[in-house]
Write a protein that binds this ligand. Structure first.
Ligand code: HEM
Ligand SMILES: [Cu+2]
Length: 493
């Protein structure tokens, strides 16, 4: 395709993609405020009723995962669309369904007091000791079902488009290259490999999620319909673990696309890269069982597998990506700006965030640390300092290539403010975990309060930094299409 046509197509898609990023970004900022409120309550600074605390916990967990996934799906769609023909109509349906889902969830939580946490573990939706009623549960469960349907539609389309261009999902992962039928130089681009992985794991996750949501819905309407709680837990965590994990695998595409352009160096796909992505595809699908290490009724082999593979889960992709990013950047004379800086920071956050996760995946440690704040410690690090940073790297990137909006000193200050504040919040959770503070407790003993208060203060700085990121993006939206930096004209890496 000639560059002129290519550019026109790219720019007309920018508007759609921007919608998912703006919506996701604003939701993330708002959800941060609920995070701060929870910490202030746990720290004994403000009075929040127990019921309200669990509503905050529910909306914060659901909202953060949903919003980050929404924005990350925009990033994946944007880059994947350069290599395969995706349907714009489906993306609009996706946005619409997610929006409807969000509205139902918000009404369910705040108007009808639904507060099961985002894991909606059966039979909690139906049996709440009258904390909430049928309406709240149905609004929440249907909201999640509709939201999930939107995502499922999107992945069916990405799967269709990848199969059309490359022949199969296996080939999208580069299996024909691994088996020697194709040269490495003809391997699918990194964006396609990552998108194929996410398509496979998230389709699986969403089907598991839909099944357990529907069973919960029937149980709420007619409590005489019951089902095996162990099966429910398996399905719920197959959904939740995979879906939350896939966010970073969508977001990382911006790192793959952006760094080589900025450093003006190729970042070629290697066999090792393909092996790593195939391994992470397989591991991500099966290791949700690490959420069941306490469930003695589970088959032992599943737990052992969950433990062993949890170590290895994200590592292959993380290692090839972090190493590749370093090699691309090293002595390249790369020009650092917000987009490339955030992309690099996200690699740091992801790497550092994995360490406490690996520690917790050890059964012996897990028996002590599980259900302490150690767990939110690790995922706030790799979500907040990894995945979410990738999303904002993309918003700055888009602003740069598609407008003449300039970055200011304020953006730079926001960068450091964000990095330090998010690190502080994660560290605060880890310290609490080390003090054996249980997670998901509305009320803390005085000895547990200090880290929470510290985290709340850091949270205020984080919200300010995030707001500055969003303002830059809004300025771009107002100036969209004015001459960009010309990076658009270069061939995709
Ligand atoms: C200002 C920033 C943030 C603050 C102050 C904050 C605070 C909190 C707090 C206090 C909890 C409950 C901890 C407990 O179990 O006692 C929590 C849980 C959680 N947070 Fe955050 N958070 C922030 C940012 C984020 C980000 C960026 C994400 C992901 C993109 C995220 C995702 C989650 C999730 C998934 C939970 C688990 C909810 C559950 O246990 O059901 N948070 N957060
Ligand atoms: Cu998990």
């Amino acid at each position: 395709m000639s560059t002129a046509i290519e550019n026109k197509k790219l720019k007309s898609n920018n508007k759609l993609v921007s919608t998912s990023l703006l919506l996701g970004g604003v939701l993330i900022a708002v959800m941060m405020i609920f995070g701060i409120l929870m910490l202030l309550a746990q720290g004994g600074v403000i009075d929040v009723s127990d019921a309200a605390f669990y509503q905050f916990l529910t909306i914060h967990g659901t909202g953060m995962v949903g919003a980050a996934a929404l924005a990350a799906a925009g990033v994946m769609w944007y880059f994947l669309n350069r290599y395969v023909e995706l349907s714009k109509k489906i993306f609009i349906w996706f946005l619409g369904l997610v929006l409807i889902g969000v509205v139902l969830v918000v009404i369910g939580v705040f108007s009808f007091k639904y507060a099961s946490a985002w894991t909606f573990l059966y039979p909690l939706p139906a049996i709440s000791a009258n904390a909430w009623g049928v309406t709240g549960a149905l609004l929440y469960l249907f909201g999640m079902l509709i939201l999930g349907t939107g995502f499922l539609l999107l992945y069916i389309d990405t799967g269709r488009a990848i199969i059309k261009k490359y022949g199969s999902l296996g080939k999208g992962l580069g299996w024909d290259v691994l088996s020697g039928k194709k040269k490495v130089s003809d391997a699918p681009p990194k964006a396609v490999v990552a998108s194929t992985m996410v398509t496979i794991v998230n389709t699986t996750a969403l089907i598991a999620g839909a099944a357990v949501l529907i069973m919960n819905i029937i149980n709420v309407i007619n409590p005489s319909f019951t089902f095996d709680p162990m099966l429910a837990k398996n399905l719920t965590y197959a959904f939740g673990h995979i879906f939350a994990n896939a966010i970073i695998y969508m977001g990382v595409i911006v790192v793959y696309e952006l760094l080589p352009k900025y450093a003006n160096r190729p970042w070629a796909v290697s066999k090792l890269f393909l092996v790593a992505w195939t391994m992470s595809t397989a591991f991500t699908l099966v290791i949700y069982t690490h959420h069941m290490l306490m469930d003695f009724a589970m088959p032992k082999w599943m737990l052992i597998m969950g433990q062993a593979l949890s170590y290895a889960n994200g590592l292959p992709v993380l290692v090839v990506t972090a190493y590749g990013a370093l090699m691309v950047v090293y002595k390249s004379g790369i020009k650092w700006d917000m987009a490339s800086g955030l992309a690099f920071l996200s690699m740091f956050g992801w790497t550092v965030g994995v360490v406490p996760a690996v520690v917790d995946a050890t059964i012996v440690v897990n028996h002590v640390m599980h259900n302490t704040k150690w767990v939110p410690g690790h995922f706030h690090m790799y979500m907040g300092l990894g995945a979410v940073v990738m999303l904002f790297s993309f918003t700055y990137y888009l602003a740069k290539i598609d407008s003449n909006v300039k970055e200011s000193k304020l953006d730079k200050i926001a960068f450091w403010c964000y990095a330090i504040a998010m690190f502080a919040i994660s560290a605060q959770f880890l310290v609490s975990g080390a003090l054996s503070t249980p997670r998901r407790w509305a009320i803390h003993y005085p000895g547990w309060m200090t880290p929470a208060v510290f985290g709340a203060i850091a949270g205020v700085f984080l919200v300010i930094a995030t707001t500055i990121f969003i303002i830059h993006f809004v300025r771009y939206l107002k100036n969209r299409g004015t001459v960009g930096s010309g990076l658009n004209e270069q061939k995709p890496a």
